[in-house]
Design a protein around this ligand. Structure first.
Ligand code: GLY
Length: 370
């Protein structure tokens, strides 16, 4: 049976990310040591509940489980869903020493983490991420949030989980589109800091997408190792943690432009954003022209969205897209910060990107020229 552990070293906020098979089926073994009494509150959504809640209940054995299943989708990262979650935990008499489990993708993880951060001034929580995106990115590192009409993830807290259980078996219940969207975040890790991992993905990506569990476990583990290392260096994103946002400045503008709808999933926007970030890096003379071509070739070979023309429907013009980047949390003193690259695996954070270069890049991309 595949079982791996990545430790996230954060002093008294340290925790393990367990990656492997049957972690939900054996949840009691994994979680029991955290519990002062055999009772947990599980937050999930209706889709995930249908697929995995009974299995989690069985895996928890004699640990009593109370659960709340919310409406699936990004709209659930809202004040009203946060209120519902917190009031539900209070009604269930979840105490300060109790543990909440967030069972779901990024939406449930972010909302559940934030609810845990504020309930009785903070309780512990366990992430059981059920999407590839959540396993490799959002369940690790303690960023929790809901959305505001002014932008995504603008209301939240840094609150680290006490344990993450990434059960790779659950990835088999994802649609190919959702799986590939999560793969966009996996590719991001290779591009930002590990050229050898990117080579490995070029070779193994297709078999991994088809379902090979060993390859999937390796990709999740390597991604989580890289995230753990960066988060340990810069937990609250004063500097290097922004590297994890490679492709995200473009992605956030595209998500806003498409109304956070089904037209563009977050991971799809990250993949397109990574391709744009490498194209911009090449145009600014920071990396070779072969690098963006290689990035796009890999994304295309995986059948992923790569270009703006892959997004269905109309997009706003380049100036509007750049304006939409203005709510990005990486903005300091009104200055946008970009993650650029000196090559594959060599990303860095900079404020030194001329607005004109971004506008021209997007004009060309909108016209299908790059
Ligand atoms: N998803 C980016 C981060 O956790 O910093």
């Amino acid at each position: 049976m595949i079982r791996e552990t990545v430790h996230v070293p954060l002093g008294d906020r340290s925790y393990d990310v367990r990656i492997g098979e049957d972690l939900i089926a054996t949840a009691a073994e994994e979680i029991r040591a955290l519990l002062p009494r055999p009772r947990v509150a599980v937050l999930t959504d209706e889709t995930v509940a249908g697929a995995h809640l009974d299995a989690l209940g069985a895996g928890l054995g004699d640990i009593e489980m109370v659960s709340l299943a919310l409406t699936p989708g990004e709209a659930t990262k809202s004040w009203s869903a946060l209120e519902k979650t917190v009031e539900w935990m209070l009604a269930e008499k979840i105490e300060r020493r109790d543990v909440m489990i967030a069972l779901g993708g990024g939406v449930i993880g972010d909302l559940g983490g934030f609810a845990s951060a504020i309930l009785r001034r903070g309780i512990r929580y366990v992430q059981i991420p059920t999407s590839l995106l959540a396993q490799v990115d959002s369940s690790v590192g303690g960023k929790t949030a809901i959305n505001s009409p002014a932008g995504k993830n603008l209301i939240g807290a840094f609150h680290q989980p006490s344990l993450v259980l990434a059960d790779i078996g659950v990835l088999e219940t994802l649609t190919p589109r959702d799986f590939l969207a999560g793969y966009g975040e996996v590719v991001k890790y290779g591009l930002l800091g590990d050229a050898v991992f990117f080579d490995w993905l070029e070779t193994n990506g297709p078999a991994l997408a088809k379902g090979d569990r060993n390859l999937r476990a390796h990709a999740v583990k390597r991604s989580v190792e890289m995230k753990a290392e960066i988060v340990a260096r810069d937990e609250t994103e004063q500097g290097d943690r922004a590297l994890l946002n490679l492709g995200h400045t473009f992605c956030h503008a595209l998500e806003a432009a498409t109304g956070y709808s089904d037209r563009l999933l977050h991971g799809e926007g990250v993949a397109i954003g990574c391709a744009l970030a490498f194209e911009l890096s090449a145009r600014l003379g920071l990396c070779s022209q072969e690098d963006p071509s290689r990035v796009r070739a890999h994304l295309k070979s995986m059948g992923m969205k790569t270009d703006l023309s892959d997004i269905p429907g109309d997009l706003p013009n380049a100036e509007t897209l750049v304006d939409l980047m203005g709510q990005d949390k990486k903005v300091i003193d009104g200055q946008l910060r970009f993650i650029m690259a000196r090559g594959i695996g060599e990303a860095f954070v900079t404020s030194d990107v001329p607005r004109d270069a971004v506008v021209t890049l997007l004009k060309d991309a909108l016209a299908g020229r790059g």
